[in-house]
Design a protein. Structure first.
Length: 277
């Protein structure tokens, strides 16, 4: 499989450890003692449409393959696989604050994931918050001063419901964060180059967002979910300079990423991870 390459000027840099490929924040933006990572499909053992580093338990892959892949990525990031915390991801805007007793929820079985949530926040070290995606937008948050982190899964429904803003609000209410101190990364996800939608979806975004989210191209309607989420986060009080947006499109780069839109079902899932060392 072709090796990933970073895009010039992207906020994320590609790394490989023991053959496992992932993206992390460029050194200029990387917070100290906080893990921020986005996996690729490179370096796992899954087969067929899940080749190779599928990390999703809910897509039809063999569970032992997925567990082995999760361990491989954890080893590459020097974190503990059994300390992952997984939300159910139901395309809503509900957020759970997680603590030590949540450690390992969803790490080895999907039915133990925290139900009904698309966002997670914590201030507990060594809890690795996760978001699984294959075109939807993963958003990672951190506040160095408050020592708190968060993560959101934002498909088009979750974006309209402002799941990213819900994570910011939970970080403020639960852990005393201030929006001016929160950073966010909008990770690899489908770009407007590949995301075509119908008028029913487009109209909801036209009503809610400024220019730059909905456009027409060759008679088709395109949607920029990354820009929509960026606008939401700035509207939630985050300084624009602290909302970092990756240029990587999951649908464009089949050698690097799974894409539900490109591959249809079944296909694998990448994971975004954030946590305090």
């Amino acid at each position: 499989m072709e090796k990933c390459q970073p895009l010039p000027g992207d906020v994320l840099s590609y790394r490989s450890s023991n053959g496992v490929g992932f993206y992390e924040l460029d050194e200029a933006w990387r917070p100290k003692d906080i893990v921020v990572a986005f996996s690729t499909r490179i370096g796992g053992i899954s087969q067929g449409p899940f080749a190779a580093l599928n990390l999703g338990m809910h897509v039809g892959d063999e569970s032992q393959m997925v567990l082995a892949n999760r361990q491989r990525l954890s080893d590459a990031l020097a974190i503990t696989a059994s300390h992952w915390v997984v939300g159910q991801q139901v395309h809503e805007s509900n957020v759970a604050a997680v603590f030590d007793h949540h450690r390992g929820r969803g790490a080895s079985a999907q039915d133990t994931a925290i139900p009904g949530v698309d966002g997670l926040v914590t201030a507990t070290p060594q809890l690795w918050l996760t978001c699984f995606y294959a075109d939807c937008v993963p958003i990672v948050f951190w506040d160095v001063q408050a020592r708190a982190v968060g993560i959101a899964h934002a498909g088009w429904r979750g974006t309209l419901r402002n799941v990213g803003g819900a994570v910011v609000e939970n970080m403020i209410q639960r852990f005393g964060c201030h929006p001016a101190n929160i950073h966010a990364v909008i990770g690899p996800s489908i770009g407007p180059c590949c995301y075509f939608v119908g008028e029913d979806v487009a109209e909801g975004f036209r009503l809610q967002f400024q220019e730059g989210v909905v456009a027409e191209c060759g008679g088709e309607i395109t949607l920029d979910l990354k820009e929509a989420n960026r606008q939401h986060l700035v509207g939630s009080g985050l300084p624009a300079a602290q909302v970092h947006v990756s240029k990587l499109c999951t649908a464009c780069h089949g050698e690097s990423f799974f894409s539900y839109r490109r591959d249809k079902s079944p296909t694998g899932r990448m994971v975004a991870i954030v946590g305090l060392r």
